[in-house]
Design a binder for this molecule. Structure first.
Ligand code: NAD
Ligand code: MG
Length: 386
């Protein structure tokens, strides 16, 4: 029986994880879970899963739920996330929260020897060096949940690192892949949320449309697989059937294919190295798909992807700034405070604004994340709609 802490249980990845886990009650148990504010969905999950501990976003929610579920222990905020992730009986922490709020519980879980099934890519972008160092030191596995990284992880199985020529991450292109930059000036939130292939949380759906998500994934791949940025390529693949590929020294391509169903990478992270059938598996018939298309990425069209390589190669807290500025700007767009193209402008401006001269520590990285948020919030107030 694998005991799981599920951080972000009410979200898109959280919901898919609950489906995977409840399909195999003899193998998996959710010992602790967290959610931020969705009381209705959270309540259903507590009834369904009967966890020992639940982390929530506010004291008010904790007070209400404690009355309703007297046998469950509740926690609030960051300490609630950390407690959920470090309960003694937990074997693996599935990080399905959105944003760099995932860093603290992930680090504490690693220090407590818990394996990590990582969906929360912002954590690795913000502090990949420190997360991976802590994982190595504590002999903890960091298993990818992101579909591209799960695909690469599967392709790399049994390969020698020295035989790897490059990683090829596929990108669906997001909701605006067929629009010109000029046409982006007037797009709305509603249009941005129409992802052609995947149903996901709001923030990642916006990130997919700006190609910020692919930028975050390039940096995520660098840390997960220890691959140089020059060896990480991205191709546009509108069908989202090939989830990603590797290329070996002799020119052989290995790819992982499948339907757009996040239950697959989630389940593989939980059953690795074993495999199990997926309940109500999505139909997948290659003869129906018939055609797979691949196109080069246009870095002028998607400047946030180009910027990922710049900040990634600079290292230090440059990726932290890139991620923090985007979290604030993407949220401001979702909240109707800024227009679409302002997201990229604020991310670019934050990166240009940041200067790093000496080697930094994790504590400094956390401080820079906070400072960047404050600065971008101020810019949004001052010039958001301009
Ligand atoms: P979502 O918005 O649907 O869900 C987010 C979850 O995090 C919710 O349960 C919410 O309660 C919780 N949360 C939000 N803010 C919080 C806070 N401040 N404190 C504590 N909890 C908070 O997001 P999602 O689409 O499920 O994505 C989750 C993560 O997985 C992201 O990092 C995303 O990039 C990654 N990811 C998602 C997908 C996908 O298909 N949705 C695919 C690959 C990777
Ligand atoms: Mg992905």
């Amino acid at each position: 029986m694998k005991k799981i802490a599920l951080l972000g249980a009410t979200g898109s990845i959280g919901t898919n994880t609950v489906e995977v886990v409840t399909a195999y009650p003899e193998l998996f148990q959710i010992t602790s879970l967290t959610f931020h504010s969705n009381e209705e969905k959270g309540t259903v999950l507590i009834e369904q899963l009967n966890p020992k501990f639940v982390g929530v976003g506010s004291q008010k929610l904790k007070a209400e739920l404690s009355k309703r579920f007297p046998t469950v222990e509740f926690g609030v905020g960051e300490s609630g996330l950390i407690k959920a992730a470090t309960l003694e009986e937990v074997d693996v922490v599935l990080t399905a929260i959105s944003g760099s709020v995932g860093l603290a519980p992930t680090m504490k879980a690693i220090e407590s020897g818990k394996d990590i099934a990582l969906a929360n890519k912002e954590t690795l972008v913000m502090a990949g060096q420190w997360v991976m160092e802590a994982a190595a030191k504590n002999n903890v596995k960091v298993l990818p949940v992101d579909s591209e990284h799960s695909a690469i992880f599967q392709c790399l199985e049994g390969q020698k690192v020295e035989n790897l020529r490059e990683l090829v991450i596929t990108a669906s292109g997001g909701s605006f892949r067929d629009l010109t930059r000029d046409e982006l000036k007037t797009v709305t939130l509603e249009q941005a949320l129409q992802h052609p292939n995947w149903s996901m949380g709001k923030k990642i759906t916006i990130d997919s449309s700006t190609m910020m998500n692919k930028g975050l994934e390039v940096i995520e791949a660098h840390w997960l697989f220890g691959t140089d940025y020059d060896k990480i390529k991205v191709v546009l693949h509108k069908e989202s059937i090939v989830h990603s590929m590797i290329v070996l020294e002799d020119g052989a391509y290995l790819a992982q294919l499948g339907p757009s169903d996040m239950r697959e990478p989630i389940q593989f992270a939980l059953t690795y190295p074993d495999r199990l059938p997926i309940k109500n598996e999505k139909m997948f018939d290659l003869t129906q798909i018939a055609q797979l298309n691949f196109e080069p990425m246009d870095f002028d069209r998607f400047p946030m992807l180009a910027l990922a390589y710049v900040v990634g190669k600079k290292g230090g807290a440059y990726p932290t700034v890139y991620n923090a500025a985007n979290e604030i700007a993407a949220t401001a767009f979702i909240d109707g405070k800024i227009s679409y193209l302002k997201i990229e402008q604020f991310v670019q401006k934050a990166v240009d604004h940041y200067q790093e001269t000496t080697e930094i520590t994790l504590a400094e990285v956390i401080a820079i994340d906070k400072q960047t948020r404050t600065i971008v919030e101020r810019w949004i107030k001052e010039e958001g709609r301009l």
